[in-house]
Write a protein that binds this ligand. Sequence first.
Ligand code: ATP
Length: 917
Amino acid sequence: MTTLDGQPVSEVARADTATQAPTGEPDAYRQAPAQVADRLGVDPGVGLSTGQVSERAAVYGANRLSEPARRPEWLKFLDQFRNWLIGILLIAAVVAGAIGDIRDAVVITFVLLVNAVLGYWQERRAEHSLEALRRMLVPTARVRRNGTEQVVEAQLLVPGDVVLLEAGDRIPADGRLIVAEKVEVAEAALTGESQPVTKSVTAVDHTSTAPVALAERTSMLFMNTALTRGRAEMIVTATGMRTELGAIAEALRTGTEPPSPLQVQLDSLGRRLALLSGVAVVAYALSALVRGESLSDVALQAVALAVAAIPEGLPAVLALTLALGVHRMARRGAIVKRLAAVESLGAATVVCSDKTGTLTLNEMTVRTLWTAGRLYDVTGEGYGTAGAVRVHGADDTSPTDDLRDAVLPFALCNDAHVTDGVFIGDPTEAALVVLAAKAGVDADWVRTELPRTGELPFDAATKYMATFHTEPDGRTRVHVKGAVDVLMGMCTDVLTEDGACALDEGHRDEILAVTGQFGSTGLRVLGAATALMDGTPSKFAPAALPGLTLVSVAGIADPPRPQAREAMALCRMAGVAVKMITGDHADTAAAIARELDIEGDVVTGTELDRMTEEQLAERMDDIGVFARVAPEHKVLIVRTLTNRGHIVAMTGDGVNDAAALKAAHIGVAMGITGTDVAKEAADVVLTDDDFSTIVRAVREGRAIYANIVKFVRFQLATNIGAILTLFSASLAGLPSPLTAAQLLWVNIIMDGPPAMALAVDPARDDVMRHPPRDPRERILDARRLFAIGRAGAVMAMGTVTLFAVARSYVDPDTALTMAFTTFVLFQLFNALSARADDGPLLDRQQFRNRALWLCLAGVLAVQVVVVHLPWAHTVFGTVPLTVTQWALCLGTASTVLLAEFVLRAVRPVLRKAGVRF
Ligand code: ATP
């Protein structure tokens, strides 16, 4: 990141802090946590009270960085005139006025204004849609206030707030660490340091008074950096513009999004077309001059032709289509952060989806428990504690001490809180708190009785979590919960009916049979283990864990999402492969995959480790489920798929998923369960975490692409039509069939409402019945270019022929009006033909876009006005037409659509004869 004068932010930050500390609490990093808490008037165990929060909010304001000044609306409107084409038109208007051609001067000025209004409106709408999207991603923070944990909007934080953080969280303000368990922070955004930095609660540099560089303030967390590992609590020391980031925010340059591949493609296409039109216009002007037409007439006509021939409105309609498209997606739960992702979504060939929470509901309920060689059934639903733990097949419901011991690790090695059926924290952990309650253990109570002295936070890579507690006799008890296969590797003993005994092969087989049985019914399996240690370990690290005793195994139900099966079928129909990628056990994953109809083999992370990339590539098409994978496997899977030419959408939620989300063409983060880090790395954020939303987004992506094709075809066909019309008339020795004013009028129609109506066309019903488009395909391939040329040629032929014939029967003004009307009406049929692209020309779908039909009716009505109202006669040089003449114009104009009908009829015959187009 650089500042406006190109200096790395890190350097500015260092320079700033070397001279002055911009935070409200300059020396918090030197002080002990208790001192900081004292100074900020907060008890870290309770947090601020509601009264304190509102008082401080009034003093410190919102925890927000001030936004860069907005460009005033009137300047944005004037921006529309900052375009070389508009410049030429302005000159033309002045020239026309100067030579006394007031009519054309007025028309050109009018066109300029309409163009500017249209462009301004399109940009504003696009901007508003994107702004609304940004507002949907409101950052939140977990705080302790009034003695309870709650989630609040990050902008409502005040100094003194106690913020609770876990791996993957974005730090919402500057703060002094008061709890730090294995904390690592990515501070690259602030200090330029690319490696994660280890942080601790230890105060920095007690003795010296010299300011310490930001990167060395290891007891502080800074706004907008991210916790990549561990668990932390901090007291907010500075908010908003008083934070370290705030101090340099003003110097930050806000990056603009680079253009998407499609925008680049269309830009270069536009430029080539502009060049071509330029050559055509010059050639046309020269030939007209040679024919002896007056210079002023020719100049005006040439400018008008240039305007009609150059697709200058294309970028604006493209921006609008993308913006409205992503707005529609957002309403359906998929927030697109990078416009380019829309294109990739439409071309996606593989969706790699997490299981938990995306394909399943993430509504965890422990159904069954195994402990000391016995199986128990757990009754009750959801996160309410009503229910019981009964010996399998028996009616006994009273919890026993054995049962309480069996669930104790689940209650203590756990960060979730459940109150009245509502939980804060991880759903799996909440389900275990509920299990403990049903077995007679109140998690909150035991956590106060046996406070935690240390922990190893859960990590998707290690698949377990451990906590350390001091026993009344001074010894340390460690509780561990995690994947059973991992735990078994850490256990030396197992709890049996006769107490703890050495874990032998027989026990292993029994436990594997239990987990296999749980897994095969789709239950998530989690084990609990414990051990007593003498004294307190010097440091809480995996190496400090003693041999454990496996205590119990829980089977947790997490039902598949009801719509997931249907979405899966849609993917199959659309030729999009789905691969489930999960950290869960292979049996559980396979059972859920079966329920959802995900086809293919199940491969585990261990098997993946044994394969070479070539072997994986070979098997890739046959694999449907990757189970027990670590986050780094996701990167390997994405890489293998992309190397095989796939366009990959990959979901992720954890901090370790960021690399895979970035590597995929479309990184999809979970909005509810996803960490801030994953959301940041992603291109799309799902507000409902639902797999079917991804499939809907793919559908929308395809529809948006199809709409872009439609209006590009529509606009370019009109451009080509205008050039060819004037050229062929000139070649035929006829005067121009379209005056400058008329050409400009056509230009308004082309850039205006009909093009925009095509941009918001609803998706065709069969949009998911085709295989994905080839991502290498250019938007205008030979087939579409031919179609555009064809439409342009038909328009030119129709207009010029009618003009030539009419001139033999009626006066020149009527012939001119007929030619003009025909060319305008051609655009109505051209819109319908472009809309169908390669699909059926006249079916139910053609009548589904009400906006388009309204626009077309509007264009027709205005054309009637232009032809029949006297004041329009002076502007456009038109005269009233008879009904027959109108019918002739309409008939001729319809040929652009009729030609497509004929073509579709003869195409199969020609194909058989070996002619392809
Ligand atoms: P997904 O399908 O989205 O990858 P997952 O929850 O199945 O999600 P992870 O979160 O990586 O995958 O979990 C992997 C394994 O780690 C789980 O199968 C479970 O055994 C164990 N596990 C999950 N959550 C916890 C936790 N909070 N504490 C301890 N172990 C956990």
